[in-house]
Design a protein around this ligand. Structure first.
Ligand code: NAP
Length: 289
């Protein structure tokens, strides 16, 4: 069955490769990038290699709540169903400086969590037009305690990391919050034909290189992809496509997937009280409350 899939982060990286794979399998893709030029370039490039690909460009800067609101409302008002909302766009900051968005929010939290949170809410009418819809968020195993680098350390009194900012901590905290959002969304959607799952693509140095600089970027792009622990773009996008459209997941929600099977997320990600607390904070920060 052909689906209509809205993919964010479609301009480059895993989002772009996933959009291409979905289109090659006959799905209609709403390829969403930060700018109109990026969305149109990616769409044209896909259609050049596959003239039958049904890809339509969309654009929104996810670091601006106003842009997300404008885009989400306009997309829902088209009156068409969206079968799958696949949130791929995400950032891991290269700068050690804490960066704020136009709304004054810490940028990692804003792009990785607040934008998907608001966009999902605004696109619910379009998802409800589908007989069986899915919301898929791209998480990361880095939200697990003990993962390499600065530890995950979510402080509800300082969600914007005004104190103790570290780009890795911001990233891991955001990916924990993505899990809370996904699981809580699944609980709130109970009884409706919409499911919510998260997926980890694995460690994909080829695309993750974009979040590094200098020698590290060269190392990520050219050396790490040959290591046994690295995941190829092809394998990573297989996982994303599986979670987005595989018929075996019809009606399955509230799960975390990797390598096309269910994987464990952290104990903290399953904490219902913390998920509810984060949901309330996200509602306030996005103006949905
Ligand atoms: N690669 C890995 O090893 C890995 C592992 C686990 C999870 N992930 C997750 O997988 C997802 C994709 O990662 P990737 O490796 O493909 O990263 P990437 O190559 O850096 O791509 C990130 C994508 O997000 C988009 N994006 C960033 N900020 C945006 C904004 N403000 N508005 C709109 N789009 C924005 C980028 O668009 P621009 O071109 O406009 O910047 C780009 O398309 C992310 O959520 C990441 O956290 C990746």
């Amino acid at each position: 069955m052909s689906k209509t899939v809205l993919v964010t982060g479609g301009g480059r990286g895993l989002g772009r490769a996933t959009a291409e794979k979905l289109a090659a399998r006959g799905h209609r893709v709403l390829l969403t990038a930060r700018t109109r030029a990026a969305a149109e370039d990616a769409t044209e490039a896909i259609q050049r290699t596959d003239p039958d690909a049904r890809v339509e460009p969309r654009w929104v800067d996810l670091s601006s709540l106003e842009q997300v609101r404008f885009f989400g409302v306009a997309e829902a008002e088209r009156g068409e169903p969206i079968d799958v909302l696949l949130h791929v766009a995400g950032i891991l900051q290269t700068s050690k400086e804490r960066r704020l968005t136009v709304d004054g929010h810490e940028e990692t939290l804003a792009v990785n969590v607040l934008a998907p949170f608001l966009l999902t809410a605004l696109l619910l009418p379009a998802l409800e037009r589908s007989p069986s819809a899915r919301v898929v968020t791209v998480g990361s195993r880095l939200h697990l305690p003990g993962s390499r680098g600065a530890p995950v350390d979510f402080d509800f009194a300082d969600v914007q990391l005004e104190h103790g900012y570290n780009p890795e901590r911001a990233y891991k905290n955001s990916k924990l919050a993505v899990m809370w959002f996904t699981y809580e969304l699944q609980r709130r959607l109970a009884g409706r034909p919409i499911t919510a799952n998260a997926v980890c693509p694995g460690f994909v140095p080829t695309t993750a290189a974009a979040s590094t600089r200098g020698l590290m970027r060269l190392f990520m792009a050219h050396v790490l992809p040959h290591m046994p622990f690295a995941t190829s773009v092809d394998a990573a996008t297989d996982s994303l496509v599986f979670t987005a459209v595989d018929p075996s997941l019809d009606g399955v929600g509230g799960k975390f997937f990797g390598e096309c099977h269910e994987i464990d997320s952290s104990a903290q990600s399953h904490d219902v009280a913390q998920a509810g607390r984060f949901w309330t904070i996200a509602e306030h920060l996005t103006g949905l409350a």
